[in-house]
Design a protein around this ligand. Structure first.
Ligand code: C2O
Ligand code: CU
Length: 507
């Protein structure tokens, strides 16, 4: 923020209150400190009648209701020669949920885990009381009990779901959620959905042990399976420095290791729409089809215009892209290289009888040299571009490095569900993610798809954006979905430690 911008930002943030009270003194006070806590305001909580009203406005008359059963359970899974005992929805990834825009998802969660859990529907602008954030939008679903999520699915796109309790995300509790648009299918022949993941659960450690160790030993810890501080942190230029806090023995594509991948029966000349999802907890992936151009069509589910074809795309935790490519005469892998770490995941796309090889180390090397598209290369497609408008309110989120106890914070405070950044319905809101730390953070906002402020052109619509070390990323959204919405780092270990806060609608 330049000094010239600061007063008007504060006036916008506090103008209603300060001017409404007719108190010039209050304004002066506000201008002294952007962190002065606002006067008490009525929060629009998950049980507010405004939530039901927003849902009613979204639900088309006679909307089709799609029932689904999801059992979160403990069991053995085969990752391709690697047997693990883990937590999942019965398979890895969980069975895809696919429905059409405007339909109603009715998902019954049965919790057969030894811990409470929830489901968060990542990327959807759904009703707040179905968002799956414990304490903020619902009590966590106790071990042994059930909860039924029911909401209208408002937008088409590539989404996914996962728990929002502890570091359960770093087990196998995830699946794609695909929302179809009636206009889909014009520019491709078939679809291939791939979920990428970093994996350690059941390999001699588990996510709770990893988190406990990070907290106990802070950043500079000794050796322990799953930890990466022995030989120094992994590094990546693309990520601006540290590439992660945790070492993973495996990287998975659709639940399989790189040496035992799944395959897809492609044909030469066929156009495939990839829907790529990063379900990793601490790993960004560099995705691509070595030697084959990709045309990125969607970022986090929303239509996008790319600056030309891509050789590779950077995909942070929680992010998705859709991209179309044409199958060449020979089989090819769709690869995800663990950025700054060692290893990759893949799905083999065959070209008729021409099969892609299983050992693709040289293809991975090729992708490492590719030019990589990042958020700067994408713009919102005209139909989803948020018309430029001065923000009514701007909130800064300062992302800080942890102290000795691995306590990542936003604005210097640990997460408190009672706390929040106030917004009002119909405001244009700007969030400024100011990264004062030495590591990148994929920052995610629930319940909305913001537009990243591009340097020159309008940026893409997204719900998760990479904020590199010592950089600031600004995003705008329209406050059109009342409730209490979490915004947090999608590194599962950062989020839980507790790089999270609330975008809080107030009346
Ligand atoms: Cu995906 Cu809150 O997250
Ligand atoms: Cu982070």
């Amino acid at each position: 923020m330049t000094p010239a911008e600061r007063p008007s930002t504060l006036l916008n943030r506090r103008g209603f209150l300060a001017l409404g009270a007719g108190a010039t003194a209050a304004l002066g006070l506000a201008a002294c400190s952007s962190s002065a806590s606002p006067p008490p305001q009525a929060k629009v909580g998950p049980t507010s009648p405004l939530i039901a009203r927003a849902e009613a406005a979204r639900r088309p008359a006679g909307a089709v209701v799609r029932p689904v059963d999801l059992t979160a359970q403990v069991g053995e899974l085969d990752l391709g020669g690697v047997q693990v005992r883990t937590w999942s929805f019965g398979q890895l990834p969980g069975k895809e949920i696919r429905l059409k825009r405007g339909e109603v998802l009715q998902a019954k969660l049965s919790n057969r885990l030894p811990q409470p859990t929830t489901i968060h529907w990542h990327g959807l602008a759904l009703r707040n009381d179905m968002d799956g954030v414990p304490d903020l939008t619902q009590p966590a679903v106790a071990a042994g009990s059930d909860f039924t999520y029911e909401f209208t699915v408002p937008e088409a796109g590539t989404f996914w779901f996962h728990p929002h309790v502890g570091v359960q995300l770093d087990r196998g509790l995830y699946a794609p959620l695909i929302v179809e648009d009636p206009a889909d299918g014009g520019d491709y022949d078939t679809e291939l959905v791939i979920v990428f993941d970093d994996w350690l659960d059941g390999t001699g450690t588990d996510p709770d042990a990893v988190l406990a160790n990070l907290k106990q030993n802070g950043m500079n810890m000794g050796a322990m399976p799953g930890m990466d501080h022995m030989g120094g942190m992994p590094k990546s230029d693309l990520l601006g420095g540290d590439a992660g806090d945790v070492t993973y023995p495996h990287f998975l594509a659709n639940g399989r290791t790189a040496t035992a991948p799944t395959s897809f029966p492609g044909k030469p000349g066929q156009r495939i729409r990839l829907r790529l999802i990063n379900a990793g907890a601490d790993t960004a992936f560099r995705v691509g089809v070595p030697g084959v151009p990709l045309r990125v069509t969607h970022t986090d589910g929303f239509p996008t215009t790319a600056s030309g074809d891509a050789e590779a795309v950077l995909l942070g935790m929680g992010e998705r892209i859709d991209a179309v490519f044409t199958v060449p005469a020979t089989g090819v892998p769709v690869l995800a290289i663990a950025e700054g770490k060692s290893g990759y995941a893949q799905v083999l796309v065959h070209a008729g009888n021409s099969r892609a090889g299983t050992a693709n180390d040289s293809a991975a090397e090729l992708l490492k040299k590719a030019k990589v598209q990042t958020v700067q290369d994408f713009s919102a497609a005209p139909q989803v571009d948020l018309k430029n408008r001065a923000p009514d309110v701007t909130h800064d989120l300062k992302l800080a490095s942890p102290g000795a106890k691995y306590d990542w914070t936003i604005n210097g405070k640990p997460y408190d569900p009672a706390d929040g950044l106030p917004v009002r319905q119909r405001q244009r809101v700007r969030l400024r993610f100011v990264n004062d730390s030495d590591m990148y953070h994929p920052m995610h906002l629930h319940g909305h798809t913001f537009q990243v402020r591009g340097q020159n052109a309008p940026g893409p619509r997204k719900d998760t954006v990479l904020v590199l070390p010592r950089r600031t990323v600004e995003v705008d959204f329209d406050a059109d979905n009342p409730g209490q919405w979490l915004t947090h780092c999608h590194n599962a270990y950062h989020g839980e430690s507790t790089m999270m806060t609330v975008v809080s609608y107030v009346e």
